[in-house]
Design a protein around this ligand. Structure first.
Ligand code: UD1
Length: 420
C-alpha cells in the first residue's frame, strides 16, 4: 500500500494551478448520460473517484476517454440501466447516477452506496424526491429498482428537508428531461450545483434559480452534447492555502474560484494571514504565528463555512496562538483526523460536534493513517508544518480527491515522496 513520506518544517513558497473540481466533475460525468451527443469536459481532474465514475459509464455501454484533463463522453451507445453493486460501492457518490439514468431511460437499478468514513450516508431524501416525480422505487433483494410510470418522470413541486447537495443534484438530473415543471425548494446552493446546471444548460436544459434556494426546471424531450470547462476545486484550493498557513510561507493559487472560496477565505484572513485576490488568483502570505479566529468555526451549507475544509483548517490552527473552536454541523463523524494530529503534538478535544483546539508551539513528525479524503489531506498539512519526518499511509483516500498531490506539494517547495 502506498505511503507519503513527508519532511516537514520548511516554509512553503511557490505557485500552483488549481485542479478542476472533483465535486463538479462527478455529477457532470453522470449528466453526460442524458445527452445523446458527444460531451467534451475540459479541466476534468484525473482522480480515482473520476475513474470510478467512468467505469460506471463503461458498464452502461457509454464510451469515455481521458487525455490531459479532458474527458470525452459519448453515450449514444448506452445499452444498460443497471449499475453493479461493486461499482456502486467503489464510490460513495455513485448514487447521482440514479437521477441521470432515470432522466435518460426512465429506469435504473442501483444499490445503497453504503456507510462511509464520515458516518452513515442515508439517501432517504433522494428516494422521497424521485418518488414524488412519479417514479416507482422498490427494494428487490437489496437492490433499488426504480421505474418511471409511462417511461418518463413527471415534474413535481418538492421541498427538501435539508439542502442536501446529492439530493438536489439527483432531482435536477431526473427533472431536466421529465415531463413538465419541477420546483426544488430548500435546494443546496453549493457552487458545484451551479456548475452542473451550467453544463446542463449548455446541453439544452431549461433551469433557473441555481445558486439560490429555489430551483425551477422545465423538462425537455432530449439534450444534446456540448463542450464545457469544469470549475476549479475550491476545496483543493482551501487545502493548499491551509498548508501554507500551517507551515508558513508565501504561495499563489492560479485558476482559482475566488468568489466561491469567500466563506473559507474570510475565516483564514481572521487568523492573520495576508490574502490578496484578483479575478482568478489568490496570493497568501503567512509570516507570523497564526491567531485563533475569534468566533466558532461552524460548518454549514453554502454560503457557510464548508465542511470539506474543516479538517485542513484545523491542522493549521493546531499551531495558532489561542484556542479555536469548531462546530461540525453537516456530518456526524468528521473529526477522525484529530487523533493523528494529536499524535503529532496537537492539543485537540472532541466532544460530539464540537472540537476545541488549543494552539501549541510546534508539531513533530509521526506515523499516521489517512482516515478519509479531507482528513488525510489535513494530516499532510500538519506533517508539512511539523518538525521531522512523518509517514502517512492509506493515501488512496487522498488520491480520491487530489491530483498528484506530491507534485503539487513539490511545486510549493515542500517535500512529500510517494513510496510503495
Ligand atoms: C456532498 C459532497 C461532499 C460534501 C457534502 C456537504 C460530492 C460528491 N460530495 O456530499 O464532499 O462534504 O456534499 O457539502 O459532491 N442526508 C440525509 N439524507 C439524504 C441525503 C443527505 O440525511 O438523503 C444528510 C447526510 O447524511 C449529511 C447531510 O445530509 O449529514 C449533508 O449531505 P449531502 O449534502 O447530501 O452531502 P453529499 O451530497 O453526500
Amino acid at each position: 500500500m502506498q505511503k507519503l513520506i513527508v519532511e516537514g518544517g520548511k516554509r512553503l513558497r511557490g505557485e500552483i494551478r488549481l485542479q478542476g473540481s472533483k465535486n463538479s466533475s462527478l455529477p457532470i460525468i453522470a449528466a453526460a448520460l442524458l445527452s445523446r451527443g458527444e460531451c467534451v469536459l475540459r479541466n476534468c481532474p484525473e482522480l480515482s473517484d473520476v475513474y470510478a465514475a467512468s467505469r460506471i459509464l463503461n458498464c452502461l455501454g457509454t464510451k469515455c476517454s481521458f487525455s490531459e484533463n479532458t474527458a470525452v463522453i459519448d453515450s449514444s451507445s448506452l445499452n444498460g440501466s443497471e449499475i453493479p453493486e461493486e461499482l456502486m460501492r467503489e464510490m460513495r457518490s455513485s448514487i447521482i447516477f440514479m437521477g441521470a439514468m432515470l432522466g435518460r431511460t426512465g429506469e435504473c437499478t442501483v444499490s445503497v452506496p453504503g456507510g462511509c468514513e464520515l458516518g452513515p450516508r442515508p439517501i432517504d431524501m433522494h428516494l422521497a424526491a424521485i418518488r414524488k416525480m412519479g417514479v416507482d422505487v422498490r427494494d428487490s433483494g437489496g437492490r433499488i429498482v426504480c421505474r418511471a410510470l409511462n417511461g418518463r418522470a413527471k415534474g413535481a413541486k418538492l421541498s427538501l428537508a435539508f439542502p442536501s447537495v446529492g439530493a438536489t443534484e439527483n432531482v435536477i438530473l431526473c427533472a431536466v428531461t421529465a415531463e413538465g415543471e419541477t420546483v426544488i425548494n430548500n435546494a443546496a446552493r453549493e457552487p458545484e450545483i451551479c456548475d452542473l446546471c451550467g453544463f446542463l444548460r449548455k446541453c439544452g436544459a431549461d433551469i433557473s434559480g441555481d445558486g439560490e434556494s429555489r430551483i425551477i426546471i422545465n423538462g425537455k424531450q432530449q439534450l444534446h452534447g456540448c463542450e464545457y470547462t469544469i470549475m476549479p476545486d475550491r476545496i483543493a484550493g482551501a487545502t493548499y492555502l491551509s498548508m501554507a498557513a500551517a507551515a508558513g510561507g508565501e504561495i499563489i493559487l492560479t485558476n482559482a474560484c475566488v468568489q466561491e472560496m469567500e466563506p473559507f477565505l474570510t475565516v483564514l484572513e481572521q487568523t492573520g494571514c495576508s490574502i490578496y485576490t484578483n479575478s482568478d488568483r489568490i496570493y497568501l502570505r503567512c509570516g507570523a504565528r497564526l491567531k485563533a479566529p475569534p468566533d466558532r468555526i461552524r460548518t454549514m451549507p453554502h454560503p457557510g463555512f464548508p465542511t470539506d475544509a474543516q479538517a485542513v483548517l484545523m491542522s493549521a490552527l493546531t499551531l495558532a496562538e489561542g484556542t479555536s473552536v469548531f462546530e461540525e454541523n453537516i456530518f456526524d463523524c468528521r473529526y477522525r483526523h484529530a487523533d493523528a494530529l494529536v499524535k503529532m503534538g496537537a492539543d485537540i478535544q472532541v466532544m460530539g460536534k464540537i472540537a476545541v483546539v488549543r494552539g501549541v508551539q510546534r508539531l513533530h513528525g509521526a506515523s499516521a493513517e489517512a482516515t478519509d479524503l479531507r482528513g488525510g489531506a489535513a494530516m499532510l498539512c500538519a506533517a508539512l508544518a511539523a518538525e521531522g519526518v512523518s509517514e502517512i499511509s492509506r493515501i488512496y483516500h487522498i488520491d480520491r480527491g487530489y491530483e498528484k498531490i506530491e507534485e503539487a506539494v513539490a511545486g510549493l517547495g515542500g517535500k512529500a515522496v510517494r513510496s510503495g
